[in-house]
Write a protein that binds this ligand. Structure first.
Ligand SMILES: Nc1ncnc2c1ncn2[C@@H]1O[C@H](COP(=O)(O)OP(=O)(O)OP(=O)(O)O)[C@@H](O)[C@H]1O
Ligand SMILES: [Mg+2]
Length: 288
């Protein structure tokens, strides 16, 4: 764990920090030097249009496996739009059009032969607001494995539910009330339940769109701890508005601005020595 002071990128001609624009202390990067896995998802020249309006411009980005990649950037820059291209959730928006190529393990995910429903089991998604089904805790987790035929008996299904809740760090808190409604849990517990639901179908990738923004600091810390554990098994992509969170949980960071990918690299590098002035300005809170 370390912390440094930002300095301007090399060759930067911008004004030196003044009393009005002080040098800002970098968030502490906890996992910056952790090794990253091989490329899991490769995006090439991905553009997204909503009707006549272009929201993403030619984004090319490699997302490594067994790694947390943070997508950061000001509101409206296209983070959620890009996240949705990775499990074809933009298909569900009638006026959205995606161009370019996205490969997972070398396979074109937009190919006709790919069933988007199966793809979304392989590439799970967790949203800002926890969205458990109006069912019991058990049923929330059992639903996916059941419809995908991942358990052949009741006891096997029980096992999947238990291990998923354990991996999501929720088992100890709910083991004695599996048949109570999922919506009766606290916000932080609901978010871990939704993560258990995503895990239950044995995904390879988990996409998280601001998963902690509706949670208090204690629930946030739990989810961050969980994300750090989950990265051993999964490829994780997280959108966050919290620079401190990006620095704490991710090994790779991609900075978006106005629909373009400005810069990507190791989180440690992005937070201590970004190449682009816009990145520096954003992470030091000068805009956004
Ligand atoms: N369903 C939609 N229909 C039309 N325009 C959309 C839709 N979703 C997003 N947009 C537009 O696309 C652009 C990118 O939006 P997106 O939601 O991806 O940004 P974001 O970076 O996730 O922002 P935030 O941080 O506020 O969540 C914005 O201009 C937004 O208004
Ligand atoms: Mg968003």
């Amino acid at each position: 764990m370390f912390s440094r002071i930002f300095r301007a990128p090399e060759g930067d001609n911008g004004a030196a920090p003044t009393a009005d624009a002080p040098v800002v202390a970098a968030p502490t990067v906890t996992h910056g030097s952790a090794p990253v896995g091989p490329t899991k998802i490769a995006a090439r020249d991905v553009s997204v249009f909503y009707g006549g309006k272009q929201a993403l411009y030619d984004v090319s980005l490699d997302i490594p496996d067994k790694t947390v990649t943070a997508l950061i950037g000001p509101s409206g820059c296209g983070k959620s739009t890009f996240l949705r291209t990775m499990n074809r959730m933009n298909d569900t928006i009638s006026h959205a059009k995606v161009t370019g190529r996205i490969e997972m393990d070398g396979e074109d995910i937009n190919a006709r032969s790919v069933d988007p429903v199966l793809l979304r089991a392989r590439v799970g998604m967790v949203f800002q607001k926890p969205n458990p089904f109006p069912k019991t805790i058990y049923e929330n987790v059992a639903y996916g494995p059941r419809i995908h035929g991942l358990a052949s008996s009741k006891s096997e299904l029980d096992g999947v539910v238990e291990i998923s809740l354990k991996r999501a760090g929720l088992w100890d808190e709910v083991a004695d009330r599996l048949h109570s409604p999922g919506t009766g849990l606290s916000g932080g517990q609901q978010q871990r339940l939704v993560i258990a639901r995503a895990i239950a179908v044995e995904p390879e990738v988990i996409l998280m769109d601001e998963p902690c923004s509706a949670l208090d600091p204690i629930a946030t810390a739990k989810i961050e701890e969980l994300i750090d554990e989950l990265r051993e098994r999964y490829c994780i992509v997280i959108v966050t508005h919290s620079m401190a969170q990006a620095a704490r949980v991710s090994q790779r960071t991609a900075f978006f601005h106005l629909g373009r990918l400005v810069e990507t690299g190791d989180t440690e590098e992005i937070f201590t020595n970004p190449r682009e002035r816009r990145t520096l300005d954003y992470i030091t809170g000068r805009f956004g």
